[in-house]
Design a protein around this ligand. Structure first.
Ligand code: HEC
Ligand code: HEC
Length: 464
């Protein structure tokens, strides 16, 4: 065989070997995301494309409580932050685990849009699509920040903890984690810490609340912090189909649900390259018809019937399906609730979102409004605390004049106050309505109803 031929044979053999070996190797390094048969499982655990770009390596993530928490906190681990966590799962609802070189834990919509309640008899019930009123996301992030910037964050103790937790790394993998994955994870968490440093100057979020758009202004639009306050309750993702043609987000800054889904995927950390559009489409279709979870405690149906008439008189124009103002933006001068969230959506942010041209789509439905949306009240019992900033603990307090609403109350409990209708507000993290952005004024509707009408109206609201 001539030398040239021999080389040609070797090259051909190499190419054949690569063709045979590469696909299995590639799918090991970058496997396809897990697909779930049921739409609900997909919503709770399916990837929206966050893990390859913004996922935390799972083994390191799982080890951090053991490395950085005090003995008494270690026992609860991540559970102390109020995640919804089902038995048999290595991570909470809303934190998919997918492999990109190593297994990584990311974020999906269910992290903030699945809640829980302690039902009758003390059994915990998941509320799929409800706001996650127990999750203290800021406390969780602060734990990661302090752990990654602290002296305990070293490869040795982290690898020991991974082994203690049953993480099965061979010698080569341990070396790879020590030299690459563990330092990279630290750098990524510290970058997040810098991006979230602006929140240290604001009142704490507390459970069930997150900063809506400021992180995106900083991380996606690359703007410096503009000094606005944007900390809000999470809205529900159920019965969205009933709101077709309406406005989305607390101030109605979007009129296209599809664009809200795309933007939420990016906001969760997916990039234009990794965002999983079929997965998001599946979630959008499913949530459009997802029914709210019915009130799990007793309802006096005769009283609720009387309350329906009160609702028709006092509330239906703004909140009943088909009402003249339902789904519309009510001017801030009428509703007079805290205006920080409204002002935080600045003309600059609006222009910058409209100008984004490096995604496979353009945003054409962002806008600036002058108030807050009067949304339908589907599953309203599960949406406490009330108003966009979560400043009113119960329906009974919302139907009181602003000066008689609680000035301070507790947030984050899954226990339910069936008398006042809302999550138990005598426990949990203190929420102070006197702090900036936390104002509990406005929405005067129903405050002057006779007390018998109020009781009937509240009974009716339980049925929605
Ligand atoms: C970190 C918590 C968090 C995660 C994760 C999250 N959301 Fe949200 N979502 C919010 C908050 C807070 C708002 C309200 C923001 C505002 O208007 O100021 C919101 C608003 C929405 C709305 C508008 C609802 C309405 O009533 O107008 C939709 C739709 C939505 N999110 C979908 C999604 C989707 C889809 C995902 C996943 C790709 C997702 N969200 C992930 C917290 C979250
Ligand atoms: C003029 C229109 C209007 C009327 C009338 C009205 N509301 Fe509202 N409602 C709003 C607006 C706007 C918001 C959002 C305010 C905010 O979040 O800052 C709201 C918010 C709410 C919320 C909180 C929703 C949540 O997810 O936190 C409840 C509960 C509610 N209204 C109940 C009622 C009841 C009960 C009545 C009748 C007594 C009523 N509203 C009458 C406009 C109205």
């Amino acid at each position: 065989m001539s030398r040239g031929r021999r080389i040609a044979y070797i090259v051909a053999a190499l190419i054949a070997a690569i063709i045979i070996v590469a696909p299995p190797l590639y799918t090991r390094l970058f496997p396809l995301p897990t697909r779930y048969l049921s739409d609900e499982e997909h919503f709770k655990y399916g990837s929206v494309g966050v893990e390859p770009v913004a996922g935390v390596p799972f083994e390191v993530w799982r080890a951090l409580p053991g490395v950085c928490m005090s003995a008494e906190k270690k026992a609860l681990g991540y559970r102390q932050f109020g995640f919804q966590w089902e038995a048999g799962h290595a991570a909470p609802i809303g934190m998919p685990i997918e492999t990109a070189i190593v297994p990584r834990v990311g974020v999906n919509c269910a992290l903030c849009h699945v809640g829980r309640v302690t039902g009758p008899g003390g059994a915990t019930r998941l509320l799929v699509g409800a706001p996650n009123a127990t999750l203290d996301l800021q406390a969780y992030l602060r734990f990661l920040f302090s752990c990654a910037s602290g002296a305990q964050y070293r490869a040795g103790p982290i690898l020991d903890e991974i082994a203690r937790q049953g993480g099965d790394l061979n010698l080569a993998q341990r070396l790879f984690y020590r030299l690459v994955i563990i330092p990279q994870t630290k750098a990524a968490i510290l970058r997040q810490q810098r991006d979230f440093a602006f929140t240290d100057a604001q009142p704490d979020w507390g459970p069930g609340r997150v900063d809506g758009f400021n992180p995106a202004k900083i991380q996606v639009l690359k703007r410096p912090y503009d000094g606005t306050l944007d900390v809000v309750d999470m809205p529900p993702l159920w019965a969205l189909g009933r709101r077709a043609g309406g406005a989305w987000h607390w101030d109605g800054l979007q009129t296209s649900l599809h664009e809200v889904f795309l933007n939420s995927g990016i906001g969760n950390g997916a990039s234009a390259r990794t965002i999983d559009l079929p997965s998001l489409d599946r979630m959008e279709r499913w949530t459009t018809s997802l029914p709210p979870t019915p009130y799990p405690f007793a309802i006096d149906h005769a009283l609720a019937g009387a309350g329906h008439a009160v609702f028709q008189r006092a509330c239906a124009d703004c909140h009943a399906p088909g009402g003249g103002k339902t789904g519309q933006v009510i001017p801030i001068g009428w509703v007079r609730t805290d205006r920080n969230r409204l002002d935080s959506w600045t003309p600059d942010a609006l222009e910058a979102f409209r100008a984004i041209d490096d995604y496979p789509w353009r945003y054409t439905h962002f806008r600036k409004t002058g108030g807050y949306v009067a949304a339908p009240l589907d599953g309203i019992w599960a949406r406490a605390p009330y108003l966009h900033n979560g400043s009113v603990p119960t329906l009974s307090a919302l139907l009181s004049p602003a000066e008689r609403r609680p000035v301070e109350f507790g947030r984050g409990s899954a226990a339910y106050d069936t008398a006042r209708v809302g999550f138990a507000s005598d426990r949990g993290k203190r929420f102070d309505t006197r702090l900036p952005g936390n104002g509990n004024g406005g929405h005067p509707y129903g405050a002057d109803l006779p007390s018998t009408d109020k009781a009937a109206l509240i009974e009716y609201l339980k049925t929605l």
